[in-house]
Design a binder for this molecule. Sequence first.
Ligand SMILES: [Zn+2]
Length: 466
Amino acid sequence: MGGLIGASGLGGTSPASAAAPHHGPRPEDFHGHRQLLVPELLLLPEGPVRDRAVLVSGGTFRAVGPAEALIAAHRDLEPVRLDGHLLMPGFVDAHHHLTQSFGKAQSFGQPSEIFKTVWEPLEHALDEESAYVSAKLAALEALRGGFTTVADAGTRAPVDVAAIAKGTEEAGIRCVLSKIVSDGTGGPAHLERWDGHPLVHPSLAIAVPEDAPAGTLKRTAALCTEAGAVLQIHVNEHLASVERSLKSVGRRPVEYLHHIGALGPHTLGAHATLLTPTEMRLLADSGAAISYNPVASAWKGNGVAHATMLAALGVRFGMGTDGTRGDGFRLIDAGETAQRLAYGLGSGDSVCGAGRMWLDHATTHSADAVGLGKVTGEIAAGKAADYLVVDLDVPELTPSYDLRWELVRLANRDQIAAVVVAGRLRLWHGRPTDWDAQALIARAAKLGPQVVERAGLQRVEPVYES
Ligand SMILES: [Zn+2]
């Protein structure tokens, strides 16, 4: 894969080699309505494969097949050879809060259940402009981390969610955009407003079951089922919320949602870190999905979702950042590590899903969990061309024996050469190709602290005895 051996046959001395044309991928390779891409390796559902090509047209994968046959069938296209690179699906963040990006470092060192002390005041202090900048900043960070889709779990900011859509659209990321409907109004209008949008997919949210009466929860779930959208709701994340649920309705959150008829294939529950075996069974039987958020557990949780158990029981789950950090490779690494420390070590499970489980659950299964299983999440004909081009010629991945596990444990976002959403190049080596990221970062650096100041966050500042 390296350049030196391959170049020796060209007969050039050093100066001639230096003047030789550059054969690595270039941003212009990804421009235009149609491309025939021939990567060194293509990550398909069955694993990484060689000698395959993909035909992208109009933002969609039109064909995936043997490189030779596709090149022969499309003589009008110059094949784009991505030697030394992997073409893989973009990561799908199944749980994000795009309007919390100004305060993410404010959560460090805080006890659990900080939504009351940090997130609610922070979001309430946002206006249209700062909500837009926050969302666009989060979208940029997510794209840099290899996410091509993010599911926003619903903002509490007193703004029209169009401010969030503006940020994600301008950055170019696909977004499952929620509207909080705990008061029982606005759901149908929101679902209709974004119906058929190429990059914004509507969803409804109720932050936690205790926020809405049973009738509203049930009606919202029914609306989502009818519209093919997901109902996003935080469930069984913290001990305090599980206990509040037991005290107020006599059931744990997942049991309660099932009891009132709000748990089904269109429910996307976030976290689910504190599940009884009965609740795991309810999730499996109802077809509900959850978002496994390992970094959120480490930063502010009371537990780690038993993802390997959920997988064994057939519970659908994706993986989410919860707005912690927008880095896909670090998310899957954390997913494996958290699972290993919380459950694998205790049971002698040295495999813990291997690399494949975490890659699959952060891509195709995450797309399924957020209701976009037919749209994105894998390299397949008919799916959106949401993909990453990843440099494999790095010491970390050399030599390679099991690429999927290596991607989980060893890969880094600095290897992502290109981030493409709906066939359009959005980032080239971490930078947008058609808008000024530095201006946005400067704006956020100024605006963020002003919002935090206005919010009056109630941080716990422990006294450290030396
Ligand atoms: Zn959340």
